[in-house]
Design a protein around this ligand. Structure first.
Ligand SMILES: Nc1nc2c(ncn2[C@@H]2O[C@H](COP(=O)(O)OP(=O)(O)O)[C@@H](O)[C@H]2O)c(=O)[nH]1
Ligand SMILES: [Mg+2]
Ligand SMILES: [Zn+2]
Length: 301
């Protein structure tokens, strides 16, 4: 029985890309499949990202027969077997937003995904890349992987293509940072809509979009999603927040008080590390900001 990966689920159909080995897709088009009744009976709901076995039925359609073991399930977007979260932030247009970057990182620390930060539109840097280099250094020092790209010059795209091989990734970032343009760069012939076009079509932020995986070759599949989640912190306890700032950990364990909030307590080693510059001021400021945001929300709900 042939194996495939579900790249789209819509109106009761699964669109299955035939696989050759591992996640390497064949040249064949996706097969439109129904799910076998027995799956439903057993309460098995196949998801985008699932690897499955299928049989071909008449008129070129197919039937999903068996689900291969699922390694993980992301809730928003709902995709199975995602390995890597790619966070895209543009150097300019829109301006680099470290507040939002840190917010994404807090959420990802919780999800168990690997993280890759991609700084896009490097060609628009007006200071010979100095500011970008500082951001890159800041996050690399914390232990995050950072790449810098420009879809205009094509720099960084080979490196990124190699990094995405053999796994399912989720692309995430504000509208306009260049996600679609970069994917078009990575995959010749892809031709996703970019900036101006979607504006002309008047796509509002209330448009619901289904998730779809794109085959980018070499066993890489990418979901280009509008947002990672609501980013509203509602699912996160305020006492867990500091653990989502991974560079705080080695200092936090030496704080004088157990359950130290790292905001004002005496003998707080996190605050000391901020004062000596071992922890970046911007990271700590965002920690305080999110902390207060979470407290406010709790009060309102
Ligand atoms: N100068 C420059 N412009 C870019 C680059 N990448 C994307 N853009 C432009 O930024 C706008 C938004 O890009 P798009 O890919 O639609 O962003 P998305 O909303 O994240 O998918 C478009 O006008 C692109 O032409 C880049 O690397 N350099
Ligand atoms: Mg786009
Ligand atoms: Zn502390």
């Amino acid at each position: 029985m042939p194996e495939g990966i579900i790249i789209k689920a819509l109106s009761g159909y699964y669109y299955v890309k035939p696989l050759r080995e591992g996640l390497i897709a064949t040249e064949e088009e996706a097969v439109q499949c129904r799910g076998r009744g027995i799956l439903k009976k057993k309460g098995i709901a196949p998801l985008v990202g699932d690897r499955i076995k299928y049989v071909l039925t008449e008129n070129g359609e197919g039937m999903v027969d068996e689900l291969l073991p699922r390694e993980s399930e992301l809730i928003r977007p709902q995709v199975a077997n995602v390995k890597l979260a790619v966070l895209l932030f543009s150097v300019r247009e829109p301006d680099m937003n470290l507040n939002l970057l840190d917010k994404f990182l807090v959420h990802i620390e919780h999800s168990g995904l690997e993280t890759l930060i991609v700084l896009t539109k490097q060609d628009l840097a007006d200071d010979e890349g100095e500011a970008t280099a500082l951001v890159k250094a800041l996050y690399e020092r914390i232990g995050y992987e950072v790449m810098v790209t420009s879809s205009l010059t094509g720099s960084g795209s080979d490196e990124l293509r190699n990094r995405l091989a053999g796994m399912i990734s989720v692309f995430s970032g504000q509208s306009g940072v260049g996600k679609s343009t970069l994917l078009n760069r990575l995959v010749p012939g892809l031709e996703l809509e970019t900036g101006e076009i979607s504006l002309r079509l008047g796509r509002g932020r209330h448009t619901t979009r289904h998730v779809e995986l794109m085959d980018i070759g070499n066993g890489g599949f990418v979901a280009d999603t509008p947002g990672f989640s609501q980013l509203d912190f509602l699912e996160l306890g305020v006492e867990e927040l500091s653990t989502c700032f991974r560079e705080f950990a080695s200092y936090a364990e030496r704080c004088k008080f157990r359950g130290c909030s790292h905001l004002h307590e005496p003998g707080c080693h996190v605050i000391q590390a901020v004062n000596t510059g071992e922890i970046a001021g911007s990271r700590y400021d965002h920690y305080k900001l999110f902390y207060n945001e979470m407290k406010d929300k709790k009060r309102r709900y």
